[in-house]
Design a protein around this ligand. Structure first.
Ligand SMILES: [Zn+2]
Length: 345
């Protein structure tokens, strides 16, 4: 089959990988329909985090082609959403809500295991990993939003849930990438009344507004901190959602979180939490990689009835043959998030 191959920093190109087959009775083979590039893939592309040579990509939706003899709840022909990791949903960590720590689980597109950016994927632990989509004849917009549940929307939701966003809250979202924009949508969905989006890019500001942001702060660092404090009467926000992971964005999230609140952190850490600042203001933090598998079902309900449309974060589209362009468009910040059209329903 044809699939994206990570060859080293700056080089992701289409190549040949073995056609996936059922290796374990719990496997399924899924033919990929839509895939996308994650902000975390860019860390590898830029050489800022290591990645094995080989398969890459962990966000996809597709159609089940074959299932192993021990797979419940999936049949060939089912449209499914894959969370960005596979998990058994039965080990102590999965049952405690941390599917990322599944004792049997693992990552798609780690060089070895098939990635989402390819024509097909062997999905381990498929019955407990893949989420079937009810109904049929879904629109292009719906399919794009279902793809967003694989990671980006589930991650934005995790930031909001981790920070305890609730009805009537004032929330600030640090970061205007696809995850930050999804966090705006998630905060709105959870009932936040005022949502302050920190963004310097007009196109991203516009989408933040459409997703529910009530205020935009365009500055960075101290300027941003003062602006948010100014908007909240000097108090700070009920929930700060950190969706970048750099020293500056983490510092901002803790500077604008009101005393006694919780910062939700989903940006892959490339900076440190300011422990003393947090301690003396009774600010806590929660977060980490999202347990997407746990969130997908409830978010899918809202996608299917049109309540949320997270697929709007995809503003660049190409096919597997041009996978390198999909990475470059995001790396050069020409695109918020790149969609890869791989197959049809
Ligand atoms: Zn588990």
């Amino acid at each position: 089959m044809r699939a994206a191959i990570f060859r080293g920093p700056g080089i992701v190109e289409v190549g040949d990988r073995p056609d996936p087959v059922i290796e374990a009775p719990t496997d399924a083979v899924v033919r990929v329909v839509l895939a996308c590039v994650c902000g975390s893939d860019l860390w590898y592309f830029r050489g800022e985090s290591p990645h094995a040579v080989g398969s890459i990509g962990h966000e996809f939706i597709g159609v089940v082609e074959r299932v192993g003899s021990d797979v419940d709840g999936l049949s060939p022909g089912d449209l499914v959403v894959a969370p960005f990791i596979y998990s058994d949903m039965s080990c102590p960590h999965c049952r405690n809500g941390s599917t990322i720590s599944c004792v049997q689980g693992g990552n798609f597109g780690d060089g070895e295991i098939d990635g989402g950016q390819g024509q097909a994927v062997r999905v381990p632990l498929s019955g407990s990993t893949l989420v079937p989509v009810p109904g049929s004849g879904h629109s292009e917009e719906t399919l794009r939003s279902l793809l967003a549940l694989s990671d980006v929307m589930s991650t934005g939701h995790h930031a909001a849930v981790s920070a305890g966003v609730g009805k009537g809250d004032t929330v600030a979202v640090v970061g205007d990438g696809a995850v930050g924009l999804s966090a705006v949508l998630a905060a709105k969905r959870l009932g936040a009344e005022r949502i302050i989006a920190l963004s310097r890019h007009p196109q991203r500001q516009q989408l933040a507004h459409e997703f529910g942001a009530t205020d935009i702060v365009a500055g960075r660092g101290d300027e941003a901190n003062q602006a948010v404090l100014g908007l909240t009467g000097g108090i700070g926000v009920d929930a700060a959602l950190e969706c970048v992971g750099t020293d500056q964005s983490i510092a901002t999230a803790f500077a604008i979180a009101r005393p006694g609140s919780t910062v939700g952190i989903v940006g892959v850490p490339h900076g440190e939490v300011p422990f003393a600042t947090a301690f003396f203001r009774n600010v806590g933090w929660r977060g980490g990689p999202a347990p997407a598998r746990i969130y997908i079902r409830e978010l899918m309900t809202d996608v299917l009835d049109g309540t949320i449309d997270p697929g709007r974060v995809f503003d660049y589209e190409t096919d597997l043959d041009h996978i390198g362009d999909a990475y470059r468009a995001m790396d050069e910040r020409r695109a918020i998030k790149s969609l890869i059209r791989v197959g049809s329903l």
